[in-house]
Design a binder for this molecule. Structure first.
Ligand SMILES: Cc1ncc(COP(=O)(O)O)c(C=O)c1O
Length: 428
C-alpha cells in the first residue's frame, strides 16, 4: 500500500515516527480509560425507553387478546407482540414467534436444534460428518462463535458493497452438501453497514442448495436502525422466496435489543409454515411459555411499526453525531495519508475500518497501551483470524461525544504510527 510515508526519505520517516511516539507518550501520561469495544447504546438512548417501565402497573389489565399475560400460556408469544414483531419483519404473525429477550439466543437454539435433531426429516447435523457454515466477513463475531462452538467449520465469504460475494456463496452452497447455512445481517450489516441489494436478496432466494437441510440465518437486527436519511429499502426475503418458488429456506430474526433495553426486550424469529411448525415443536420442549410481561410492556410502549419508527428517530438524533465525529476525525486525521479506508454507514451500530495489511493487531494493542480499548483485531472474522490483519470494528455509540473524540484522536495516532513503522520495517 502506498501511503504518504512511502514518499518520505529514511530520515524524514524516522522523524515522523519520533514525533508520533512523543504523541503516544503524551496520551499515555493522560491515563485514559476509554472503551469502544461493543455496540451498546449509550445511556441517553436507553433513557428513551424508561417510560416503558411505567407502562405496566399493579392495576394493569393482564390480558392480551384473550391471553392471560401473567401466567403460563401463549407459548409462542402474546398475540399483540407477535403482531408487532410481524410488522417489524414484514411477515404474517402466524409465521413469527416471540420468545425470550435475545435473538442471538434463538439463533443458537436453532443451530442446536439442527445439530441435535436435524431439520425437515434429515439426519442431525451432528451425525453428518463435516458441517460447514458460510460467514460473510467482516461479520458479527458472536454469530461465528455460535457455529464454531458446535465444531461447525466456519468459512469466510468476501463482503462487497452490496452484500456477500454471491458467486462464492452460490458455488459453495450449490456444490457442497456439507454447507448447511450462512450467517447474514442483510441491513446495516455488522460491522460494514452494508445493505444487501435486491439482486443479492434475489440470488439468495434462488439458491439451489446441495444440502436439503440448508438454511439462511437472516439476522435483521438493524432493520429500523437508520440514523441518516430515510432508511435503506431491503427487499423482503420471504417475498423473494415466493417469487423464486422456494419455501423452507430462511430463518429471519429480530429483537428490540437496540430499540428499547438490550437484553431486556423481545427476541423473535420468522420462518415458513413447515419450518415454523418444526421450530414451535423444538421450542415447546425448551420452555413452558415465554416471558410475556416484557412483551406486553413493549407493545404498550411502542404500539406498532409506526411507533417503532418514531422511537428510532429519537435514537437517530442521539447517535448521528457520534458517527459524524468518527467520519470527521478519521478523514481529518487519515485521508491525506492514504493508509486506510472505512465505511460510511447510514444505519446500524458500527464503522468498519481497514488499515494496511498487518496493522490491525498492532493498532489495537497500541490503543490499549494508550488507554483505549477496542474490539480485538480479527474478531470480525471466523476464529478471530483476519487473513490481512487489517480490519477493526469501531463502535461509536456508547462513549460520550467527548470520550469518543479523545478515543478517536488516540486511534488516529496509533494508525499513523503503526503505518509508519510498517513502512520502516519494509525498508529494513
Ligand atoms: C447483528 C446482530 N445480531 C444480534 C445481536 C444481538 O441481539 P440480541 O440482543 O437480540 O441477542 C447483535 C448485537 O450486537 C447484532 O449486532
Amino acid at each position: 500500500m502506498t501511503t504518504a510515508y512511502t514518499k518520505l526519505s529514511n530520515e524524514e520517516l524516522d522523524q515522523a515516527i519520533s514525533k508520533l511516539e512523543a504523541q503516544v507518550s503524551e496520551f499515555k501520561a493522560q491515563n485514559l480509560t476509554l472503551n469502544m469495544t461493543r455496540g451498546n447504546p449509550c445511556t441517553a438512548q436507553t433513557d428513551l425507553s424508561r417510560p416503558m417501565l411505567d407502562a405496566i402497573t399493579s392495576g394493569s389489565d393482564m390480558v392480551d387478546d384473550g391471553v392471560i399475560v401473567n401466567n403460563y400460556g401463549a407459548p409462542f408469544g402474546l398475540p399483540s407482540a407477535r403482531k408487532m414483531a410481524a410488522e417489524y419483519l414484514d411477515v404474517d404473525p402466524e409465521h413469527v414467534i416471540v420468545v425470550g429477550s435475545s435473538s442471538l439466543n434463538l439463533m443458537y437454539d436453532l443451530v442446536a436444534n439442527a445439530w441435535a435433531h436435524g431439520i425437515a426429516g434429515n439426519k442431525p447435523w451432528s451425525l453428518q460428518g463435516n458441517v460447514k457454515f458460510l460467514c460473510p466477513s467482516p461479520g458479527y463475531d458472536r454469530h461465528f462463535k455460535v457455529t464454531a462452538s458446535f465444531g461447525i467449520e466456519n468459512i469466510p465469504i468476501a463482503m462487497g458493497p452490496d452484500g456477500p460475494d454471491m458467486a462464492q456463496v452460490k458455488e459453495l452452497v450449490e456444490g457442497d452438501p456439507a454447507v448447511k447455512g450462512i450467517w447474514c445481517v442483510p441491513k446495516y450489516s455488522n460491522p460494514t453497514g452494508v445493505v444487501y441489494s435486491d439482486e443479492v436478496v434475489r440470488t439468495f432466494a434462488a439458491l439451489k442448495p446441495a444440502a436439503p437441510d440448508f438454511r439462511i440465518f437472516w439476522d435483521n437486527a438493524y432493520n429500523v436502525h437508520t440514523f441518516r436519511g430515510e432508511g435503506a429499502a431491503l427487499l423482503n426475503i420471504f417475498d423473494a422466496l415466493t417469487d423464486a418458488g422456494v419455501t423452507d429456506r430462511v430463518y429471519e430474526f429480530g429483537s428490540t435489543s437496540k430499540i428499547t433495553f438490550p437484553g431486556s426486550g423481545m427476541g423473535f424469529v420468522a420462518a415458513s409454515t413447515a419450518d415454523m411448525a418444526e421450530i414451535q415443536k423444538a421450542f415447546s420442549v425448551m420452555r413452558v411459555s415465554p416471558e410475556k410481561i416484557s412483551q406486553l410492556a413493549h407493545v404498550k410502549f411502542l404500539k406498532n411499526m409506526d411507533g417503532i419508527k418514531a422511537h428510532m428517530k429519537k435514537h437517530a438524533e442521539i447517535v448521528r453525531p457520534h458517527f459524524d465525529l468518527v467520519e470527521q476525525k478519521l478523514s481529518e486525521g487519515l485521508t491525506a495519508l492514504g493508509c486506510a479506508t472505512w465505511s460510511h454507514p447510514d444505519g446500524g451500530y458500527f464503522v468498519s475500518f481497514d488499515g494496511p495489511d498487518n496493522s490491525a493487531a498492532a493498532i489495537v494493542e497500541l490503543c490499549g497501551e494508550m488507554g483505549v480499548k477496542l474490539t480485538p483485531a480479527g474478531s470480525t472474522w471466523p476464529y478471530g483470524k483476519d487473513p490481512h490483519d487489517s480490519n477493526i470494528r469501531i463502535a461509536p455509540t456508547f462513549p460520550s461525544i467527548e470520550d469518543l473524540g479523545k478515543a478517536l484522536d488516540v486511534f488516529v495516532v496509533a494508525v499513523k504510527l503503526v503505518t509508519a513503522r510498517l513502512e520502516r520495517d519494509s525498508r529494513a
